[in-house]
Design a binder for this molecule. Structure first.
Ligand code: GH3
Ligand code: MG
Ligand code: MG
Ligand code: MG
Ligand code: MG
Length: 307
């Protein structure tokens, strides 16, 4: 999975707002209020709202409570239960003031309430405040979970996601593959070209990795210094071997000079391990197997895949 899918870019210029209301007139009022500063999306029922959230990942949802079919509360509950949409900021828009109802909304994870009839000045202030808070939260999260040098997931995020992805694979009886990668003879690269060039090389390698791994549920992370790891749910061993080979080829195709290496350019080695998830199989075993395979790829001459 790419981080941009997990963490919306904190520095995006224009925020996205989804307005959900069964009354088109209410949508129109809110649209008029915000369309100049935000990219606007609309939905007239709960199902539609959830779809837009999954596809567009808005920053904020202005959510009507009383709607035929799914209520706003149910929409909120479903969005908060899905890790992909849980960070979306939800503001309920309601015609009734009822303490108990508002408490319920906050307990479900709403950020604020706006009361109908819409007061434009107050509504503007509340929405803009929540948007700023959302941006700050996104920024903090990206600092905590992204690798500062390469922009891919860091080890912390990897370790957070690994058990979740394993659970997902178990539930769906889906295979799970791991590709462990380690840049070849990188100590010699640093020695010859300097640490700055080394850093730039790691950025380019990470970019090549991100290009090769593009399914939404895949995860690319920097595992250690010059080591990367890819988690590939729903991927059989053969498919993972293919992807690993694509990465090995892509890194060599960068043609980064490395005269200390027998290939004369920067290369990477990969170890692949796969499993059919099973309650008794541990993900630790999977990582260990990939690591062993990586060691074999190194032993057999580097710039290759073992699995
Ligand atoms: P092998 O082919 O067996 O993997 O050899 P290697 O030289 O790559 O392995 P080794 O583990 O001996 O060296 C890894 C090097 O990676 C040493 C370290 O200085 C460098 N390295 C780790 N993290 C960074 C980083 O963030 N930036 C730079 N420039 N170098 C790094
Ligand atoms: Mg309504
Ligand atoms: Mg290493
Ligand atoms: Mg090493
Ligand atoms: Mg290395």
């Amino acid at each position: 999975m790419h981080l941009t899918e997990i963490i919306p870019q904190a520095n995006r210029m224009k925020g996205k707002i989804l307005v959900v209301d069964d009354q088109p007139l209410n949508i129109k009022i809110l649209h008029q209020l915000f369309h100049e500063d935000y990219e606007m999306f609309m939905a007239t029922n709960g199902e539609q709202a959830i779809n837009v959230c999954q596809n567009e990942l808005p920053d904020l949802v202005l959510l009507d409570i009383e709607m035929p079919g799914m209520t706003g509360y149910e929409v909120c509950q479903r969005l908060k239960a899905d890790p992909a949409t849980a960070n979306i900021c939800i503001i309920f828009v309601t015609a009734h003031f009822d303490e108990q109802e508002e408490v319920k909304g906050f307990q479900l994870g709403a950020a604020d309430f706006i009361h109908k009839p819409i007061n434009p000045i107050i509504t503007n202030a509340r929405v803009n405040n929540q948007f700023i808070l959302k941006q700050q939260a996104d920024l903090l999260q990206s600092i905590a979970l992204l690798d500062g040098l390469t922009g891919v997931a860091n080890r912390h995020l990897f370790e957070q996601r690994l058990p979740e992805i394993c659970k997902y694979c178990c539930r769906n009886s889906a295979p799970l593959s791991v590709v462990m990668l380690d840049v070849d003879s990188f100590k010699l690269f640093n020695d010859r070209y300097g640490h700055q060039e080394g850093d730039q090389c790691l950025r380019l390698v990470a970019k090549a990795l991100r290009t090769a791994i593009h399914r939404p549920n895949d995860l690319v992370a920097r595992y250690g210094g010059e080591e990367f790891i890819c988690l590939l749910p729903d991927t059989q061993h053969l498919g993972a071997m293919h992807i690993a080979q694509l990465i090995v080829n892509a890194v060599q195709a960068l043609h980064i000079e490395h005269l200390g290496s027998s290939f004369q350019e920067v290369t990477i080695s990969a170890g692949v391990a796969s499993m059919q998830p099973h309650r008794h199989l541990k993900w630790q075993t999977l990582i260990e197997s990939a690591d062993k395979q990586l060691y074999l790829a190194k032993e057999h001459g580097r710039n290759q895949v073992s699995g």
